[in-house]
Structure formats: C-alpha cells, structure tokens
Design a protein around this ligand. Structure first.
Ligand code: NOJ
Length: 537
C-alpha cells in the first residue's frame, strides 16, 4: 500500500505501486485557487498537499491542465505539452510534482488522445487546407452524403448530444464524438502516433508516475465508419451487453495501447489507466492484457443501485473483466462525469448513510480505488441555476440535459460562507451553495463522525489490513439484501446491509462501521456497512 515515492517518479523499487493504490482525483478547476480568479490551479493544489497526505492517499490524478480554450474544461487540448496559463506554468507543475513526491504521493496526469481542441495548430491548419491535403488527414474529414453532400457522412451522434459531424465552409465534414470544438484525430495517420509518443515522453521525463487515458475505448474507428445500428442517447454510460456502439471499441485501438505501454515500459513504475466504457467483460479484459494498459476504470460499481444483489453483480463482473489478465481491478464511486454518490443513492441523510456504507465496500475490495475530490466530504450534487451551467452538454442537448457541472462545484475548505477558502473571490467559476459550512474540510476534521473522519480511519485500516494484491475475493453467506466478503485469510471482513431491517453481524470484532451500531445487540442496521477483524472472524 502506501510507500514513499521517489523524487524523480516511481523508481523506488515499488514498480507496480498502482495495484492496490488509493488514487485521489483532482478536478483541477475545482480543488483550490491560489490566484484569486475563481478557478482552481496548480499552485492551489500544491498548497493543499498536506491535506492529501493527512487523508492518506497514495497518488493524485490531475484532470487536464494543458493549454485549452476550455470548451470542455480542458478536455479540448490545444497544446498537450504545455500548461494553460489559467492553471499556472511548467514551473508550477514541476514544483507540484516534486513536492507530491517528497510527501510520498505519486502524480498521474490525464492524456487526451482521441481528439484535440479545434484551436490546436493542427486543426487550424486542417481547416485552412484543401480536401485531401496532409493537414486534413490528421483528422477525420469526409464528404457529405445526399444532394450536394449536405447530409453528414454517417448517422453517428455526439456523446454530448446532436450530430457527431460539423461541416466546414468548403463542404467537407469533420467528426467529433464530443463537442464540435473537439475534432477526432485520425489514428491511421503516423504523425498522430508520433505526436502522442512525444507527449508521453514529455511528461514522463518531467517525472509523472502515470497517465489516465481519456476515452481509451475511442481513438481507432471501424473501417468505413458504418452507421450506428440504433440511436444511442447522449451520455449513455454503460450500455446493456447486447447493444453495439460502433463509435467505440474498434479493434485498432489495442495497437495504440500497445504503443503507449511500450513507451511506459522504458521507464520504471509508470501507470497507464484507461477510461473504458465498454459493455462486456470480455471487451474490457482486452484493454488490460499484459502488453496493453495496466488498469482500466470499471464503472459498474458506480452504475449499480444501492442494492446488495445489484452491487454483488457489479463486483463479480468487474472482477471477471480483469479475469486472468493479471491486471488489478479498480473501483470508483464517482468522478467528474457522473452524479455524486450521495445524491445518486437518494440524497439527504439517506444518501449520506448509503455513501458512507459504499465507501467501506469500495475500500475493502481487492485492487485500487479512485476517490473523486469532495467524495471524502460527502458533497452532494449541486442544483445549479440555468445561467450558471457551463457543461457543453447543456447547450448541445437543447437544454434538456443539465450536464455534469453539479458534480464539479469547488471544494469547500473552511469558513461559514462561499467561497469557503477555495478562492479569494466569491465569484467562483461555479457558484458554491450557501449551506456548506458543515461540509468544509475544517469542520469535518474536528468531527469524529464526519465523512472525512470515516475516510481517514478507513484508509488507515486499509493499510494495516492489506492483503496481497492478488488475493481473491471470497463471498460469505449473507441474509437477503446483504453482502459480506473478505479478500484472503489476512484481510478484514466487510459486511453491508442494504435491506430495510437490521441483520445479525458476522463474527469478529468491529473495526469500523459506516454508521452507529447499537450497544446492546450485535446487529448491522439498514444502510450500514462494517469492517470486522479477520483474527476472530
Ligand atoms: C471523458 C472525460 O472524463 C470527460 O469529462 C470529457 O468530456 C470526455 N472524455 C471528452 O474528452
């Protein structure tokens, strides 16, 4: 589990540190603002590393901080090898990495290889060049269909809503699986490969410990760009196993991951974790074969209801998906793209109780856990007013989908009112709720019953009771609506009750519970999880 990171990346003998790591996702815009412009930045993060050390995480993952016009808040990259002035500069980045390493935390950065910004010099050149030119060949441009080519080349829709094609002035169309400001790259062009390699080496040489790969199931496209079989809703998440999505998971994507892996293997202890939204376990497993990515985000746990049977199915699928690849599973309850867990599980006190219980489940599972900033504070999804919404999904969906801003509101650090120490200005990039005084880091550090205290204690116990990282999960028999498991003889037992009635606790001393347990009875109340000591279990 947590070990000291070297000062120049992960070269400290712990080469596969990620296998059971707890990785804290920092949505850079929303973590801490040092400059006072209402947007988080790299120096802000550096100033809060002490908090992350206290929390007890092994690594941080930074969402994109590269040069960008911010049409999709940094996932539209104009220069992947430089820092956007909004977030700082390369010196600030180097300082952040060095200090994180000194404090024993690894640093993972985002990589966005499926698309660039439309302000990237390549796309500016493509726009100005003629059809059929080498400039255009770096992107996916096609003539249209129908009379005068006025209809798009195929029926693909954008993940953010609307058509996936936009027409240029000369009549050709370019593909963008996300917003029109995010043109998809043509991965059949060798220049695109060479450029990604350059980007990888640029950050590896600066000492990063790994990459989170955006849309890792995208990039390569199926030959001939065949029509989608049936329309798929924007922001669909995980599709049922029998729905084919021709926009993603093309066979060619695996060669790209092999290239990435080859480059990483020249360095020591560097991670590649992919964002992989695929439907079947078999398809998922292909991304984490020994010569591809080390890990993939499996979103099944985040997609499951607070229901023991559903959760057990999600866990079994996630374990089966890595199967015998040798890769370690990953678990996450939320990220910057999904509704925060407190709200997803019902909101209010109920949502908090369930999110606390699920925290103990996720942190007891074999593999690594990715914690989204603010989850450790139990932040709910925020209902933002229409005029505050910034996610391109809001506009693209014709104001029918509110998008992801509600999960991206800045982190409250201290004080009784906005901006709660996040910034010097109250004009934060997304407004902060006026009733978050009890949710600040400062307030929760003082309170032994807070979500933050639960996280801290759970992370401490997770380290103390670490099982070998390849230890299999064993399910225990459990009453209706409950589940219980342990990882191997040495590790703790985790029991969860999602039923409406209290159930007997499994044997063993209670090490930690997500909610109050009665003094006079050995029971696990509804919406509660407990960790029990293995010794007497
Ligand atoms: C996945 C990222 O997590 C999301 O925030 C982004 O909008 C899309 N990829 C496009 O880059």
């Amino acid at each position: 589990m947590r070990r000291a990171a070297g000062t120049t990346g992960g070269d400290n003998g712990d080469h596969d540190w990620w296998r059971d790591a707890v990785v804290y996702q920092i949505y850079v815009r929303s973590f801490a603002d040092s400059s006072g412009d209402g947007v988080g930045d790299l120096d802000g993060i550096r100033g809060r590393l002490g908090y992350l050390e206290l929390l007890g995480v092994d690594a941080i993952w930074l969402t994109p901080f590269f040069r960008s016009p911010m049409a999709d808040h940094g996932y539209d990259v104009a220069d992947p090898r430089d820092v956007d002035p909004l977030f700082g500069d390369l010196n600030a980045f180097d300082g952040l990495v060095a200090e994180a390493h000194e404090r024993g935390m690894r640093v993972v950065v985002d990589l966005v290889p499926n698309h660039t910004s439309d302000a990237h010099e390549w796309f500016v050149a493509a726009r100005n060049a003629a059809p059929g030119s080498p400039e255009r060949d770096r992107y996916i441009l096609r003539d249209g269909t129908g009379p005068d080519g006025a209809a798009p080349p195929n029926n693909w829709t954008s993940i953010f809503g609307g058509n996936a094609w936009t027409r240029l002035d000369d009549g050709q169309w370019y593909l963008h699986l996300f917003s029109p400001e995010q043109p998809d790259l043509n991965w059949e062009n060798p220049e695109v490969w060479a450029d990604l390699e350059r980007t990888l080496r640029c950050w590896l040489d600066r000492g990063v410990d790994g990459f989170r790969i955006d849309v890792a199931h995208g990039m390569a496209k199926p030959p001939g760009l065949p029509d989608m079989v049936e329309p798929i809703e924007p922001q669909h998440g995980l599709l049922p196993d029998d729905v084919e999505d021709r926009r993603f998971d093309a066979e060619g994507v695996h060669d790209i991951h092999r290239m990435i892996r080859k480059v990483l293997d020249e360095y020591v202890g560097r991670l590649a974790v992919g964002e992989i939204w695929v439907t079947s376990d078999v398809a998922f497993g292909r991304y984490v074969r020994p010569d591809e990515l080390h890990q993939g985000f499996n979103f099944r746990l985040a997609a499951a209801d607070f229901d023991a049977a559903d959760l057990r199915r999600a866990i079994d699928h996630s374990l089966a998906a890595v199967g015998d690849t040798g890769a370690s599973p990953t678990w996450t309850l939320s990220n910057h793209d999904v509704v925060r867990e407190v709200t997803r599980y019902g909101g209010g006190e109920l949502g908090v109780r369930r999110a606390r219980a699920m925290t103990l489940v996720a942190l007891a599972l074999p593999g690594s856990v990715y914690v989204y900033n603010g989850a450790e504070l139990g932040l709910p999804q925020v209902e933002l007013p229409d005029d505050a919404l910034q996610d391109p999904v809001w506009e693209r969906s014709g104001h029918t989908e509110r998008g992801r801003d509600g999960a991206r509101v800045p982190v409250p650090w201290e004080g009784a009112e906005p901006p709660y120490g996040f910034s010097m200005t109250a004009a934060t990039w997304l407004p902060m709720p006026s009733d978050w005084a009890d949710l600040t880091v400062a307030a929760q550090l003082e309170d032994p019953d807070s979500m933050l205290s639960l996280y801290r204690r759970a992370l401490e116990l997770r380290r103390e009771h670490a099982a070998p990282d390849d230890a299999a999960l064993e399910w225990h028999g459990a009453p209706e609506g409950c589940l219980a498991f342990h990882r191997d003889a040495g590790s703790l037992v985790c029991a969860l009750n999602t039923s409406p009635v209290a159930v007997p606790l499994p044997p063993g001393d209670v090490l930690l519970a997500s909610g109050p347990l009665p003094d006079d009875e050995r029971v696990l109340p509804p919406e509660t999880a407990a960790w029990l000591s293995p010794a007497s279990a």
